[in-house]
Design a binder for this molecule. Structure first.
Ligand SMILES: NC(=O)c1ccc[n+]([C@@H]2O[C@H](COP(=O)([O-])OP(=O)(O)OC[C@H]3O[C@@H](n4cnc5c(N)ncnc54)[C@H](OP(=O)(O)O)[C@@H]3O)[C@@H](O)[C@H]2O)c1
Length: 245
């Protein structure tokens, strides 16, 4: 069975890490892709590498209009919106007493509002099709809080609450729209590069010495999409096997 083949999949934050790796794997499995991120040069490189059936769109997920345009691109180029992967995210962790308000706002805008804008933009298309799949990237930090993770964890707990709310609402109206929450542990990507709090960075770098590659996440996403339409794979937690929390 290949329930990925031919599906139109939109990925936010597709210019690196988990988004990029997922795009490559889904393309191998025959999906049509619409990739969004702010770094259009990186998206162009990925488009060239993947080849046919890939559209790219410069997208800042903190701007609802950008996100609407990304979803419209999928519909205009491929006639459907089968899957939205709300993957764009930031993790500038810090201790609360550092009062890094700009970073708090960035995380709230990208990690929470970006996901909501994606849902808001994609849902009307999926409701009309009476099918669709929204996959949201949470984190192990959306299951537990650590010193320094308060705001990041807050955003990822919110992603899990929003996704579960979406699941229940869609089940209630019988729309057949599926939802998946994906919570990674330490994955080797650019995510930790933007931590400005030096005390936190040291601890995170130690944790990430054992980080696993993003292909583990890409395979889980592909599995969830590939399941039959009446099976909604609602949640994954994927960590390095020796990560304690
Ligand atoms: N790596 C981990 O250990 C880990 C663990 C748990 C959860 N996660 C989650 O996994 C997701 C992917 O992260 P990653 O690990 O792959 O990190 P990454 O390599 O840093 O990728 C993050 C992506 O988000 C995009 N992005 C950031 N701000 C954006 C904005 N305003 N608008 C649009 N795109 C934006 C970036 O693209 P541009 O800069 O080009 O816009 C980039 O492509 C995130 O939601 C993250 O929280 C990762």
């Amino acid at each position: 069975m290949n329930n990925v083949k031919g599906k139109v999949v939109v990925i936010t934050g597709a210019s690196s890490g988990i988004g990029e790796e997922t795009a490559s794997l889904l393309a191998e499995n025959g999906a049509k892709l619409v990739l969004g991120a702010r770094r259009i040069d990186k998206l162009e490189e990925i488009q060239q590498k993947i080849g046919d059936n890939v559209s790219i769109q410069k997208t800042d997920v903190t701007n609802a209009e950008d996100v609407n345009t990304l979803i419209e691109t999928a519909y205009n180029d491929f006639g459907r919106v089968d899957v939205l992967i709300n993957n764009a995210g930031l993790m500038p962790q810090s201790f609360l007493d550092k009062n890094k308000q700009d970073e708090w706002n960035q995380m709230i805008d990208v990690n929470i509002k970006g996901v909501l804008y994606g849902i808001g933009a994609a849902l009307p298309y999926m409701r009309k099709q009476n099918s669709g799949h929204i996959i949201n990237l949470a984190s192990v930090a959306g299951h537990a809080v650590f010193p320094g993770s308060a705001v990041y964890s807050g955003t990822k707990y919110a992603v899990r609450a929003i996704t579960e709310g979406l699941r229940q609402e869609e089940a209630t109206v019988g729309s057949k729209i599926r939802t998946t929450i994906l919570s990674p542990g330490a994955i080797d990507t650019e995510l930790t590069d933007h931590i400005s709090d030096k005390e936190i960075k040291k601890g995170v770098d130690e944790l990430y010495e054992d980080a696993i590659k993003p292909d583990a996440i890409a395979r889980a996403i592909s599995y969830a999409i590939n399941e039959p339409e009446n099976a909604s794979v609602n949640e994954f937690i994927i960590r390095p096997s020796n990560q304690i929390l």
